[in-house]
Ligand binder design. Structure first.
Ligand SMILES: NC(=O)c1ccc[n+]([C@@H]2O[C@H](COP(=O)([O-])OP(=O)(O)OC[C@H]3O[C@@H](n4cnc5c(N)ncnc54)[C@H](OP(=O)(O)O)[C@@H]3O)[C@@H](O)[C@H]2O)c1
Length: 323
């Protein structure tokens, strides 16, 4: 089978499309014929082996797992002996952790969920990690409720555009932060107000919020303090480098604000609310570009530049491929 591989850490130039043996499934796994994959910052962190501490687990000098990839959509072609709730032919989205970016992926059934008729392949792939993270930020960690004033920093990217819709669907008053080119679109997703970070210094705002969801991760603890209402909550999704991550983790443990560092596990139960929200019409993923498999390096380069709109998806060729 064809797979998106890398055998050394580095930029998009380390990516190769190579023939690899088709994976064999274990008893608790299913084999998925991948049709679409979506990329996340997670993937370029693995590609670069950065932050460096990842290498302790993933390979000090070179990656132990040479096929990238978490978010996939496809069709089940084989079912492990212990799996009794999925069938050959099911259209599914899945979180492969690593090894997903290939024509076939072996994934634990617990990390796979059936996709409803109304959700097409690119949108299903787009939802996996970004959707679970947005849901965790808005609902589990941010505990957003009706009429809360919510600030979402990094509103137009993969996680942000879904978080805006989720907070809006809860009945909150939502302010998004992004650049001017995306402001009208972020409003159309449900933001009541949009702040253009290229024109406004967020730390000088006089507004206050019940919940801050820092997706981009470039706001400081001092800015959170200034913008947070009494009794407010902060959900930290992204970071501005390792020292920033350490500071925010320290604050979570010992600090004065109700601050939670968002950690997620994509599995069937964390993906279920996403499928339900899509079925109810309260969220719609936005795929701004679909790349061919051969253009994967371009896609990951685009994402790494940090200004992708919604999600970037890559199509894996399949005979008679339909959405
Ligand atoms: N904690 C977790 O479990 C978890 C899971 C997934 C992702 N993450 C992290 O969450 C972060 C976002 O992920 P993503 O998938 O949404 O990334 P993404 O799709 O690359 O998001 C990029 C977005 O950030 C915005 N942006 C760029 N510079 C900005 C600035 N100075 N201020 C505010 N917004 C800015 C861009 O908007 P413009 O184009 O308008 O500039 C763009 O829409 C990453 O750091 C990722 O590692 C964490």
């Amino acid at each position: 089978m064809k797979a998106i591989t890398y055998d050394r850490y580095g930029g998009p130039e380390v990516i190769q499309i190579q023939e690899q043996p088709q994976p064999k499934i274990q008893a608790d796994q299913v084999l998925i014929r991948t049709h679409y994959l979506s990329i996340n910052p997670y993937d370029w962190h693995y590609m670069r082996g950065k932050p460096y501490f990842m290498r302790l687990e993933h390979g000090l000098r070179k990656p132990k797992h040479t096929i990238l990839g978490n978010d996939i959509y496809g069709v089940i072609t084989e079912v492990g002996k212990q799996v009794n709730d999925l069938q050959i032919g099911d259209r599914v989205m899945a979180a492969a952790k690593l090894g997903g970016f290939a024509e076939y992926a072996a994934v634990a059934a617990s990390r796979v969920i059936r996709v409803p008729e109304g959700l097409d392949g690119p949108n299903a792939a787009a939802l996996v990690m970004a959707g679970v993270t947005a849901h965790a930020g808005v609902h589990e960690f941010g505990r957003v409720k009706q009429a809360d004033r919510v600030l979402i920093n990094g509103a137009s990217g993969g996680v942000g555009h879904l978080a805006i819709q989720m907070a809006h669907a809860t009945g909150a008053n939502v302010t998004g932060i992004c650049s001017r080119k995306n402001s009208a679109w972020v409003k159309s997703l449900g933001a009541d107000e949009v702040i253009d970070y290229t024109q406004t210094n967020v730390s000088s705002l006089e507004d206050q919020f019940d919940v801050i969801i820092d997706v981009n991760g470039n706001l400081t603890l001092a800015t959170y303090k200034q913008l947070l209402r009494k009794g407010g909550r902060v959900a930290v999704v992204g970071y501005n480098g390792m020292p920033d991550m350490m500071k925010k983790m320290w604050h979570q443990r010992f600090g004065s604000m109700d601050l939670k560092v968002v950690g997620v596990e994509e599995n069937r139960s964390s993906m279920k609310p996403l499928v339900e929200m899509v079925e109810k019409g309260s969220i719609t993923p936005h795929v701004s570009k679909i790349y061919s498999m051969e253009k994967f390096s371009e896609a990951i380069d685009h994402l790494e530049k940090g200004h992708a709109i919604g999600k970037l998806v890559v199509q894996i060729p399949v005979e008679g491929n339909t959405k």
